[in-house]
Each structure stands twice: as C-alpha cells, then as structure tokens.
Design a protein around this ligand. Structure first.
Ligand code: PLP
Length: 388
C-alpha cells in the first residue's frame, strides 16, 4: 500500500500535524525530512536552475517547515524566520513611510519596542488602542491607515480581541490584517479562516514546545501577500537555519498531545486559584468569569495553557518565585516544562510603571505557563510556595 502523503485540507488538524507532505523524505523514504545543511546548490545546467539555488532564498528543510505551517493555518504560503521578532518585524516592513498602523495596546513587549523605537523612525505612525473595544479601533482610523495588528489572547492579562469583527471592519477600509497567534497556535485558533491576511508566531513557544529552539513563522492568506513576505524575507535575510527548521518540525509533530494535556491541567489550576481567597485575580479565558470568555470560545477551540494571577503584592510574588520547586522561573512559555514568570520585571520591564499598572500588570502578577508535569504536583508545589 502506498504511504499516503496526501495533505488534503479536509483532514482534521491532529492528522495534518502528522501527515503534512514533507513528513517523510521523498528521495529515500526516511521517516523525517533531512537537514539540508547547505548554503548553495550545484547547477548542472545553468539554463535550467534547480528549485533552490541559495539557502537564504530557499532551502529544502525550511521549505518543508514553511509548507507545514501554511497547511496548519490554512494559508497560501508560510515562511520561517530566525525568531518570532524576525517574523513580526519583517511582516511590518510591508508598510511604507507615511503609512499608519493600528496596534493592540497590550501587544508583546518586543513588538512594542520594535514599533516605538525602530518602525517609528521609518516615518510609520502607530496608534495603540484597546482592541477589546471595536469603537476604539474604528476611532483610530486615519486617511493613511494601512494595517491592523491584533494579538489575542494578549499577554499577560489574556485580553480577547474579536478577530472576526475587527477583520470585517478592516476589510471595509482595505486594511491589511495581522494576528500574533503565538498563545493559541493553529491547534486552537486559525485566524486566516476568519479572513486575516497574515498570521505570525513566535514558534519558540508552543510550536517548538521544548524551550530549545528560537524561531518565528509567518503565514499569508493569499499568494500575493505571500510574495510580499517572501521578497522581504529574502531581502532582509531573516531566515531560520536548517537545523532549527528540523528541530521545529520535530517539536510541532506532538503539538496536539501537548496542547491537550497542558490545557486540561490549566483549567484545573485556574479553578483552584479562583477558589482561593488569598488570590486577588485570575486571568484565563477558559474561566466563565473572564470578560472575553464568550468571544474567545467563538473563535478558538481551546483556552490554552497560559494564565496569570495576582497574589496581592510584589513581596508575596517574590516569595512565590523563590519558593516554587517545579516550574522554571524564566521568561518564555509554551514548553514541556512549566514556566513561571514575573511580568513586572521580565516581559514588561520596558514598559513605564504607570502604563504597566494601568494595564493590570501589577507588582503581584505572576504568569504561569503550564507544562506536561502532573497537575496535582504543580498545584501542591504552588500551594506550599503561597504558604511560605
Ligand atoms: C515570545 C513572543 C514573541 C517574540 O518571539 P521571539 O521568538 O522571542 O522572537 C512575539 N509574540 C509573542 C506573543 C510572544 O510570546
């Protein structure tokens, strides 16, 4: 029987994650795509050049990964970058001097830094708005507005943007729409199916899943937008190397199993935290009490495995960070091991104290990315850390 590599789009995502076209090597039948550790490719006949001629412009291992993410997101074309920020900054360079872009106010810290210290010097204007409120998005429209950039759920307070509503409005005004889909991954949320033009990922997080590779991915809804991204990727040289492409493919194959396990655990942890009266707030879109829960459930098939909670003071937060024994205390998220982070001094250190507190990023806020450990062990560990 022929081994089927048919990656027909009618299949469910769990199947696509395993059978994605380049899941095995066509030349030898090897069960994984080879790492094509080559910068250039011999041209037997220069009037008939090979598919790939130089690895910045294209590499077979990278191609396998790029086709894989395009399939998962349901887009026309995928591109792999050296980091999430390489993917995001490259995508923003579709814009030109004089353009204006509307961005969610609680955008990832690195994106905020790029927009406010680099892109602004290119004479590109940026408006930060609360995207949970469609009226604020509409009010930000200017004659030179070209794009809308969303991130949902946002970091670290897990605010929810209505992707379909913002995208429908943006289309009326011929604006390019982009979504940072890092927290959900295509396993739970596929913005292109809602009409979004470009989906971006820090694949360093859930897609890679093992805290061992830094990578970014971009997916274009149409071949035309794909060609623009390709031109920028090649021009800027922000590509991902073949070793890291292979590692990322390896990690992505287990995405469904990891997401399911961690999400179940996170639901239990959220409930446990919610029932404690020494916790000021719990932010998790899977909790009914979350203000964006209904919209989130309408556009995502899961609530993911990142939550934040407020222990009341900076002093108490530091005690918890000192006393936990299982999670890594670190920046980053979306890995096999749980990661506890402290947004005030880690991911959101660059934000002024006033703005930070206004956005709910208080001194007592902790962010928990739930890994694959036994949830009862994680809860017991957190309980002892909270009691110290
Ligand atoms: C980590 C992260 C990024 C940046 O990705 P890098 O791989 O660290 O460059 C962008 N967006 C979100 C939501 C992230 O969590």
């Amino acid at each position: 029987m022929a081994y089927s590599s048919d990656h027909s789009s009618s299949r469910k995502i769990d199947t696509k994650l395993i059978h994605f076209g380049a899941a095995f090597d066509k030349a030898t039948g090897a069960s994984s795509v080879p790492i094509y550790q080559a910068s250039t490719f011999h041209q037997e006949d220069i009037s008939n050049p090979p598919l790939h001629d130089y690895s910045r412009s294209g590499n077979p291992t990278r191609q396998a990964l790029e086709d894989y993410i395009a399939l998962l997101e349901g887009g026309a074309k995928g591109y792999a970058f050296a980091s999430g920020m390489a993917a995001i900054s490259t995508a923003f360079l579709i814009l030109s001097a004089g353009d204006h872009v509307i961005v969610t106010e609680d955008v990832y810290g690195g994106t905020y830094r790029f927009l406010t210290t680099v892109l602004n010097r290119m004479n590109i204007e940026i408006s930060f708005v609360d995207m949970t409120d469609l009226d604020q998005v509409k009010h930000a429209l200017r004659p030179n507005t070209r794009a809308v950039y969303m991130e949902t759920p946002s970091n670290p307070t897990l605010k929810i943007t209505d992707i379909g509503a913002v995208t429908a409005w943006a289309k009326e005004h011929h604006l390019l729409t982009m979504v940072d889909n890092t927290f959900m991954t295509p396993y739970y949320q596929r913005p292109i199916e809602m009409g979004v033009d470009i989906v971006l990922h820090s694949a360093t997080k859930f897609l890679g899943g093992h805290s061992d590779v830094l990578a970014g991915l971009a997916v274009a809804r149409t071949p035309e937008i794909g060609a623009q991204l390709k031109h920028l990727q090649n021009g800027l040289g922000t590509v991902l190397g073949p070793q890291d492409c292979w590692l990322l493919i390896r990690g992505m194959k287990t995405l469904a199993a990891r997401m399911n396990h961690s999400e179940k655990s996170t639901a239990k942890l959220a409930q446990w935290l919610n029932e404690r009266d020494d916790i000021e707030a719990v932010y998790y879109p899977g909790l009914e009490s979350h203000p964006g829960a209904t919209i989130h459930a309408s556009q995502s098939s899961g609530a993911g495995s990142v939550l934040s909670f407020d222990v009341g003071s900076g002093e108490r937060a530091k005690k918890v960070l000192d006393n936990v024994q299982i999670p890594l205390v670190a920046v980053s998220l979306g890995a096999v091991e749980s990661i506890l982070s402290y947004p005030a001094t880690m991911s959101h250190a660059a934000m002024g104290e006033g703005v930070r507190k206004e956005r709910g990023i208080t001194d007592g806020l902790l962010r928990f990315s739930v890994g694959l450990e036994d949830i009862d062990d994680l809860i017991a560990d957190l309980e002892q850390a909270l009691q110290e």
